[in-house]
Design a protein around this ligand. Structure first.
Ligand SMILES: [Zn+2]
Length: 87
């Protein structure tokens, strides 16, 4: 019995679809990079917090010129100090 080919089994078409999805993802990542989200590490929670969600107490620079943020963690309410990391 003859079984017609299933279009979804054509590798060229699958590769093309993956390529298009990949390009869309790159566009998305480019937009994301233009407006990075700043994260700070809470050692008490052992987790990253968005800078926009923490209560900022102070900000200074370490010996390497990196921004060090002193903040109140919104989750555990402790005072934390950590580097600002853009993602
Ligand atoms: Zn915390």
């Amino acid at each position: 019995m003859f079984i017609p080919p299933d279009p979804s089994n054509y590798p060229e078409e699958s590769a093309l679809n993956r390529q298009m999805m990949h390009e869309d993802r790159e566009d998305f990542l480019d937009r994301f990079r233009e407006a990075p989200t700043i994260f700070v590490m809470c050692l008490q929670c052992d987790d990253w917090k968005r800078e926009s969600t923490v209560q900022i107490e102070d900000i200074c620079e370490d010996v390497s010129g990196r921004d060090v943020l002193t903040f109140i963690c919104p989750t555990c309410k402790t005072k934390q100090e950590g580097l600002r990391v853009a993602r």
